[in-house]
Design a protein around this ligand. Sequence first.
Ligand code: HEM
Ligand SMILES: *[C@@H]1O[C@H](CO)[C@@H](O)[C@H](O)[C@H]1NC(C)=O
Ligand SMILES: *[C@@H]1O[C@H](CO)[C@@H](O)[C@H](O)[C@H]1NC(C)=O
Ligand SMILES: *[C@@H]1O[C@H](CO)[C@@H](O)[C@H](O)[C@H]1NC(C)=O
Length: 512
Amino acid sequence: MVPILFSMSLSRLGLWASGLILALGFLKLICLLVRRQSLARAMDSFTGPPTHWLFGHALEMQQTGSLDKVVSWTHQFPYAHQLWIGPFLGFLNIYEPDYAKAVYSRGDPKAPDPYDFILPWIGNGLLVLHGPKWFQHRKLLTPAFHYDVLKPYVAVFASSTRAMLDKWEEKAREHKSFDIFCDVGHMALDSLMKCTFGKQDGGLGHSRESSYYHAVYNLTVLTQQRLQEFLYHNDFIYWLTPHGRRFLRACQVAHDHTDQVIRERKAALQDAKEQAKIQNRRHLDFLDILLGTQDENEIKLSDAELRAEVDTFMFEGHDTTTSAISWFLYCMARYPEHQDRCREEVREILGDRDSFQWDDLSKMTYLTMCIKESFRLYPPVPQVYRQLSKPVNFVDGRSLPAGSLISLHIYALHRNSSVWPDPEVFDPLRFSSENVTGRHPFAFMPFSAGPRNCIGQQFAMNEVKVVTGLCLLRFEFALDPSRPPIKSLQLILKSKNGIHLQLKPLGPNSGK
Ligand code: HEM
Ligand SMILES: *[C@@H]1O[C@H](CO)[C@@H](O)[C@H](O)[C@H]1NC(C)=O
Ligand SMILES: *[C@@H]1O[C@H](CO)[C@@H](O)[C@H](O)[C@H]1NC(C)=O
Ligand SMILES: *[C@@H]1O[C@H](CO)[C@@H](O)[C@H](O)[C@H]1NC(C)=O
C-alpha cells in the first residue's frame, strides 16, 4: 500500500516537474522571441546577406574562409550589415571608420554574448568589466605598463627568444618545414610569465605552463564554437553537453596554473628580503600592484577579483602576441624583399652588439611599418563586440537604439579599399609617417581604440619588435608551398593547420 502510494506521488511529482520545466522553457522562448523582435526592429534601416530561418548566418560563419566571406559582404553592404547567429542573436556588423568611431570612441559595455561565455574562465577582469569597477581597475593597472616598467623587459624578451631560436636551430637541421605557431606560443608565455608574473629564469619547457598553453588553445576554440552554435548560447543547455564539460575541464587546467602563480608569489612576499626588494623598486610590476592592493584600504581586491585579473592578463598577454609574431613571420616568408630590408635595418641598428637596447626600438622604422602592415592584414583580434548603453547616430543618418548589439569586424575594416587601395597587397609604405598623417584615426585599430583600447599595446609592440628582430638575424624564412596556412577565427586569429615555414640558419655572427 505504502509503496504504491509512494510511487503514485512520485509519478505525480514527475508530472508536475515536467510541467514546470515545459512552462519555464515556454517562458524562456517567449523572452527570446521578444528579444529577437526588438533587435530586428532596431536594425530596420540596415539590410544584410540572406538569412537561414533558423541558423541566420551561423552556417557561413562556421565555414573556413568566413573572415573573407564577411569582406565580400562589405562590398554589397557599405558601412554595416545585419549579422544573425541563430534566430535570437543579431548584431550590427560594422567595418567603416566613421561607424567604428561612433561606437568605439565611447565606452559602452561588452556584449553579453560572447563575453559572458568566457566568464567561467577569465572572470570579471579588465576585459569584461564595465562601469566604475572597470575604471578603478584600469587606473590601478595602468602604471604596470609605464615605460620604466617596460624597459627591462627588452632583455627578458630577448632571452626567451634565444631559447626558442636554439630549438629552431635543431629543427632546421632536418631541412623540412615545421609549424612555428606552437613554439612562438610557448616563448610568448614564458616571457609574459617572467615580465609580469615574476617567474624566475629557466628553460621553456615547464610542464604546468605547457598544460596551460594547451588549455587556452582549447578554451578559445570552444568559445568560438559556442558563439557560432546558437543552441549552446543557453547556459542550462550548454553545461549539459560534452562541449560544455570540455570547456569546464580546460578551465580547471587554466585555473590550476594561475592559482599556483598567485600562491607562489604570495609565499615569496612573506619573505622579508623579497619585501625589501619591492620597496626599493620605483615602479611595481603587475603582480606587485595586484597583491599590494590587498593590504591597502583604498581599493581592496577580493580573491576572485585578483584571480580574474591574473587570468585575463595571462590569456590576453600571450595569445595575442603569439598570433602577431607568427603571422608577421609568415608575411616575411611570403614577401622576401621586405624580409631582406628588415634584416638589413636590424643589422645596421645592432652594429657589433648582439642584443637590443631600449633605444633601438624606436629606430626600427621599416620593421615597425612591416609589423603594422601585418597587423592590418592579419589582425590578431579580428572581431570585438559591444552592447550600446545609449542610442548612437551614424554619419549617414541611420541610428541604433540603446541595447543594440555591435560587432566590429576589424579584419574587414582593414580591407576597406577606399582607405587601403589594393587591400590584399602587402605594402609597408602605407605606414610611412607621410601616409599615416591624414588617415582616419579609426581606419586602423588592431588594438581597438577609445577608452576600451588595449592596455598592453606598448608591451606588445616592444615584444613583437624584439622577437622578430632576433628571429630575422638568425634565420631566413621561406614559405612551404604545400602547406599554406588556413585563417581561422578562434577569438584570436590563428591557422587551422598551423603556420609552416622553412628556416635557413644564417650562420655565425647572426645574433646568438
Ligand atoms: C599584438 C598583441 C595584442 C593585440 C592585437 C591586442 C588587441 C586587443 C584588443 C583589440 C582589445 C579590445 C578587446 C575588446 O574590445 O574586447 C584588447 C584589450 C585588452 N588587452 Fe590587448 N592586445 C594585444 C596584446 C596584449 C597584451 C600583451 C596584454 C597584457 C599584457 C593585453 C591586455 C589587454 C587587456 C587587459 C585588455 C582589456 C582592456 C580594457 O578593456 O580596459 N593585450 N587588446
Ligand atoms: C570604406 O570607407 C569609406 C570612407 O570612410 C566609406 O565611404 C566606404 O563606404 C567604406 N567601404 C565599406 C565597404 O564600408
Ligand atoms: C584539449 O582538447 C584535446 C582534444 O579535445 C584533449 O585531448 C585535451 O586533453 C584538452 N586539453 C586540455 C588541457 O583541456
Ligand atoms: C605612400 O603610400 C603609397 C602607396 O602605398 C606609396 O606608393 C608611397 O611611396 C608612400 N609614400 C611615402 C612617402 O612613403
